[in-house]
Design a protein around this ligand. Structure first.
Ligand code: NAD
Length: 542
């Protein structure tokens, strides 16, 4: 604590810019896009105060134009991983002892840099690296990231403010120590905001971090590093390495000082990480904190009292924005027979009104490319399977082409089998599967929603009958960590809808909330007695 009980600035959500034709923000981001697209950036490892070029590089290409190269990044070897750990540990004492308001100021400054001078840069980089439309880039890389930083500073000060009471003659205090060791952050490709938040939230609470971004997000990860540097984050607090995830992870998890993992990505990777941590448990100095937000098979269930237009819009936005590559994207839908034709006709007409998938630089495109060839091939395989299967029918989309970019048309599969493979498996692409139920089977359908998937991330019910809404809310209690009524299941906003799921979807530590930050501290209770006893005998001894 410094010399005052400081109040942090009240966190407010960053307003979303519109990028309408002719607007200044649109011109700025397009100019930045062109400059990045025609440039050739080289991304080093960031370890301590060094920017390391190992010479072993991989090219970076936009998913919507995969033959075009926008730069390269350097791959770490085992020695670099060890170096990242030792630099983190060497920086720990100074960083952990810095007063909290100084840490807060760095991250508040980072938020303002993104809101201002880095906005076009972080958005353009996200359009190129992850093939996001400008709207998707703006709500992620700019707004959500800014919100994470601002709100987490507020939550941090609330946590520090949470103190025990004290009986007369004593003073109880809690200090929220950073973990003893370092935190390992592993981030996914799909959100620049998550990539920045996972290392930043742990660092904000006084921890030092080794951060491994996704290979498919390094172009925008570099802008995050630039922002943190300009905001004044000291060297060695967040050390950034890329390369073979298995080698990096094995090296990190073998360190006795490994104190916690902040992971977002797929379920099977997280389960493997948990197993490795378990196998190494005798190595560690402390029990590591394990935080992971993972996959989803997110649902929309509509009741016969729902408004068909609202259901269709929830499907189109919920399933296809950012090509369905949001962990929260709707990917299984349950429609009542009486409304199904009207809803499906509306969905089809919406899809027909869209351009064919293309580059985000053309701002009339709603759909761009999926992230990489592996994802493209997997999606194409499921689409082909649906074309061949008797219990499935493709009623919209179904075409794909990877000659220029990894383009998959938004695809709607109609199935007669509620347990059809694409009703159960996370595909992570612009493919939604619809099952039509008999109106009378509403209660049975809720049970089906509950039992069909191992995941429990997001879900939505659309209905106007309040008894029905109440019934669904109770029946689906354990199917989603984020449950939506009469809305799409995507688009959680920091400070309003803390995000995370249960079952196979993660530890539900709610990114962008005090609950998450509490995982990165180890509280120490200090009891001070003012008049210390000098005689062991209690009065009852006579
Ligand atoms: P991914 O699991 O392929 O990769 C995530 C990270 O793990 C990357 O940095 C990757 O390099 C690393 N990784 C991969 N294999 C590894 C291994 N064997 N050991 C250690 N690290 C390894 O996931 P992705 O494709 O980047 O992201 C999509 C997944 O993330 C989806 O399953 C999605 O649902 C999930 N996701 C969940 C949330 C959430 O909040 N629940 C948010 C975003 C994404």
């Amino acid at each position: 604590m410094g010399k005052g009980f400081f109040h942090v600035p009240k966190a407010v959500n960053e307003p979303i810019k519109g990028y309408a034709p002719g607007s200044q923000e649109r011109n700025e981001v397009l100019a930045q896009y062109k400059s990045y697209f025609n440039g050739n950036v080289e991304v080093p490892l960031y370890i301590g105060n060094e920017e390391i070029k190992t010479g072993n590089t991989k090219p970076m290409s936009p998913p919507h134009d995969h033959k075009h190269v926008v730069g390269s990044y350097h791959l770490a070897e085992k020695s670099h991983v060890s170096k990242a750990i030792s630099n983190a540990l060497a920086s720990r004492k100074a960083w952990a002892n810095l007063t909290w308001e100084q840490r807060a100021a760095i991250f508040l400054k980072a938020a303002e840099l993104i809101a201002g001078p880095y906005r076009a840069k972080i958005n353009a980089a996200t359009m190129i690296a992850q093939s996001k439309t400008i709207h998707q880039a703006e709500i992620d890389a700019a707004c959500e990231f800014i919100d994470f930083l601002r709100f987490n500073v507020e939550y941090m000060s609330e946590i520090y403010n949470e103190q025990p009471s004290s009986a007369p003659g004593i003073w109880n205090r809690v200090e929220y120590r950073p973990l003893e060791g370092f935190v390992y952050a592993i981030t996914p490709f799909n959100f620049t905001a998550i990539a920045g938040n996972l290392p930043a939230s742990a660092a904000m609470m006084g921890n030092v971090v080794v951060w491994k971004p996704s290979d498919s997000q390094i172009f925008s990860a570099k802008v995050i590093v630039d922002v943190f540097k300009e905001a004044g984050l000291p060297d060695g607090v967040i050390n950034v390495i890329y390369g073979d995830p298995v080698m990096i992870t094995e090296t990190v998890l073998a360190s006795p000082d490994f104190a916690g993992i902040h992971f977002t990505g797929s379920t099977h990777v997280f389960k493997e990480l948990w197993k490795q941590i378990g196998n190494n448990i005798h190595t560690y100095k402390t029990y590591p904190k394990i935080v992971g937000e993972t996959g989803g098979k997110d649902f929309i269930v509509a009741h016969k009292t729902a408004n068909p237009n609202q259901v269709a819009t929830a499907i189109v936005r919920g399933a296809f924005e950012f090509q369905g590559q949001k962990c929260s994207a709707a990917s299984r839908v349950y429609l009542p027979k009486s409304l199904s034709k009207e809803i499906l006709d509306l969905v089809k007409s919406d899809l027909q009104s869209m351009n064919k998938p293309g580059s985000p630089e053309d701002m009339s495109n709603f759909i761009t490319a999926v992230i990489h060839e592996g994802s493209f091939d997997k999606l194409a395989k499921y689409i082909d399977q649906a074309k061949a299967d008797k219990n499935a029918e493709i009623i919209a989309g179904g075409n794909y082409d990877k000659s220029k970019g990894y383009f998959i048309e938004p695809t709607v599969i109609l199935t007669t089998d509620p347990k059809y493979t694409t009703m159960e498996t996370e595909l992570f692409g612009p493919v939604v599967t619809i099952y039509v139920y008999e109106d009378a089977d509403w209660a049975k359908t809720l049970k089906l929603v509950d039992e069909t998937s191992e995941y429990a991330l997001t879900g939505a019910v659309l209905a106007t009958d309040r008894y029905v809404i109440d019934e669904a809310t109770k029946a689906l209690e354990n199917c989603a960590g984020n449950f939506y009524i009469n809305d799409k299941p995507t688009g959680a906003v920091v400070g309003q809808q803390p995000f995370g799921g249960a079952r196979a979807s993660g530890t539900n530590d709610k990114a962008g909330s005090a609950q998450n930050l509490l995982r990165w501290v180890s509280p120490r209770l200090i009891k001070e007695t003012f008049v210390t006893p000098t005689d062991y005998r209690y009065p009852f001894l006579g």
